[in-house]
Design a protein around this ligand. Sequence first.
Ligand SMILES: *[C@@H]1O[C@H](CO)[C@@H](O)[C@H](O)[C@H]1NC(C)=O
Ligand SMILES: *[C@@H]1O[C@H](CO)[C@@H](O)[C@H](O)[C@H]1NC(C)=O
Ligand SMILES: *[C@@H]1O[C@H](CO)[C@@H](O)[C@H](O)[C@H]1NC(C)=O
Ligand SMILES: *[C@@H]1O[C@H](CO)[C@@H](O)[C@H](O)[C@H]1NC(C)=O
Ligand SMILES: *[C@@H]1O[C@H](CO)[C@@H](O)[C@H](O)[C@H]1NC(C)=O
Ligand SMILES: *[C@@H]1O[C@H](CO)[C@@H](O)[C@H](O)[C@H]1NC(C)=O
Ligand SMILES: *[C@@H]1O[C@H](CO)[C@@H](O)[C@H](O)[C@H]1NC(C)=O
Ligand SMILES: *[C@@H]1O[C@H](CO)[C@@H](O)[C@H](O)[C@H]1NC(C)=O
Length: 465
Amino acid sequence: MFGSRVLVFILGCLWLTEAATNTLNHGDKLNLSDSLVSQNGAVSLGFHRQDYGRYWDGIVSGYYLAMYYTGDTSLNHSIWLANRDDAIADDSGVLIVDDTGLKINRTDGNPIQLFSLQSTSISISSSDMKLVLHNSGNLVLQSTDTENGENVVLWQSFDHLTDTLLPEPMKLGVSHGRRMLLTSWLTDSIPASGSLTLEWDPVGNLLVVRLRERVLWSTGELLSDLNKIYNFTYVSSPDEQYLHYTIAIGQFAFEENPRLLFRHDGSLVLEGSRLNITGSNTCDGNSTENGCKRWEGPKCRNKGDKYEVRSITIRPTDIYSTNNTLMGNFSLSINDCKDICWNDCNCLGVNADRELGCQFLSGPYDEGALDGMSFQVIIRNRSKSKTWIWILISIVIALTIIVLFSTLFYLRRRSRARKEEKFLLDLMTSEDASDIRELQTGNKGVCQVPIPMTELSRVTSSICL
Ligand SMILES: *[C@@H]1O[C@H](CO)[C@@H](O)[C@H](O)[C@H]1NC(C)=O
Ligand SMILES: *[C@@H]1O[C@H](CO)[C@@H](O)[C@H](O)[C@H]1NC(C)=O
Ligand SMILES: *[C@@H]1O[C@H](CO)[C@@H](O)[C@H](O)[C@H]1NC(C)=O
Ligand SMILES: *[C@@H]1O[C@H](CO)[C@@H](O)[C@H](O)[C@H]1NC(C)=O
Ligand SMILES: *[C@@H]1O[C@H](CO)[C@@H](O)[C@H](O)[C@H]1NC(C)=O
Ligand SMILES: *[C@@H]1O[C@H](CO)[C@@H](O)[C@H](O)[C@H]1NC(C)=O
Ligand SMILES: *[C@@H]1O[C@H](CO)[C@@H](O)[C@H](O)[C@H]1NC(C)=O
Ligand SMILES: *[C@@H]1O[C@H](CO)[C@@H](O)[C@H](O)[C@H]1NC(C)=O
């Protein structure tokens, strides 16, 4: 009994020593059954199946060459992926270091070439090439320069960030012309590149979250809050401008599995800390609090307009109240949809229940029903300045109308008076006029003129006084 336990223990140790290698040499292969483990055991690399939790791109899961914190249970989220935008359909993936460089072979599809020897001008002996997984989480393909015998780095995972920033020596920024930024996953469980990026702006000393071109959020003064958790340092030289961090162990942070994870909704998770930092996930298009940026847009979007979640119902007769033209595009997440809608003056909101693809609201709807669909609706800002403008416009219109009518009235009166004068003048010069004169002289102020009744009163007043 005791003996068999020892045997199991010894076998276990043998298995461990064999499995726990951090190096893949030239000619070696790594398949689904194997993994690389960093020397201190903290980081491991291997092929993993990722369940999408839904049907996406024709499949429900895909295989990825992924790096994890060994035994990481809190986030269950890789710290790096080699092939996030080119999933392997089955378990056939094999990582190979050979004369062509570093690649992943698979039965279904072309090999995924991570590094090609043809792309370098350095003369190295390919048989010296080896892939090493460092304790820092950097996967490095290295060799020796045949000219000077020095160690050269041919390729490293730290140059190809995914959505996770690890402590120093990983860099966020620009290094020797290479831009390093974080790109969110498409959803919580689909690793494909999403539309949100987190980058370091060396000019403004800011961390910036972008939705394609649109700036959603930036750290500003929050960077000092972040520094309570991780100790961020900005490094600037002619060749490099980047941010990196060390763990400032203390009140808010502890050493276990540190990482800054940039999630698909734009929030930042600081694993290994006791604080959460509000990210761009709380921004509504108007708010400028907690680092949020106000959204610019076409003229129809006013200052103060913003997104709010509302419960929406659409009557069966209003079939054109939704626009489903982009509903089948599963490269679009809710953030993309909100951006597209904001830029389209006919769009009133987007369906917030859809994880991928856009359903726009573009016509009459009812609000507030308990069983309604959840929509992010653009709430238009009816600001006071607007009301004043309308009051002003109304006053101006009223005044214009009054002035116009008075002028018309005056002109009419004048032209009427002119007509009368002309009429009288005609009377005076005509033969009838002598009758009038006779009448005037004869009957002393009594006017008896053979003129139409309508003209009578006026003629009397103007002549007989
Ligand atoms: C991985 O390779 C080993 C030998 O190199 C083989 O025995 C094993 O079946 C392979 N596993 C898979 C999943 O292909
Ligand atoms: C972690 O992911 C694996 C595979 O994707 C899944 O089977 C497991 O339930 C997940 N664990 C947790 C704690 O979410
Ligand atoms: C990998 O695939 C290429 C072509 O698809 C093939 O030539 C090569 O032999 C494969 N390598 C291994 C180790 O299976
Ligand atoms: C932060 O990092 C810098 C450089 O990496 C170091 O000089 C400083 O002592 C660190 N501060 C803390 C509080 O750890
Ligand atoms: C931080 O956010 C994560 C994910 O939203 C949550 O699970 C965790 O409880 C939060 N931690 C703290 C300390 O608020
Ligand atoms: C828009 O944002 C500004 C600044 O954050 C705030 O003062 C204002 O109340 C917001 N307007 C609306 C309608 O939420
Ligand atoms: C539907 O939405 C798309 C994308 O915003 C837009 O280009 C198109 O004009 C809309 N169609 C209708 C009928 O509103
Ligand atoms: C889906 O949307 C993306 C991003 O706008 C676009 O590049 C792509 O062409 C669209 N795909 C289809 C099938 O419409």
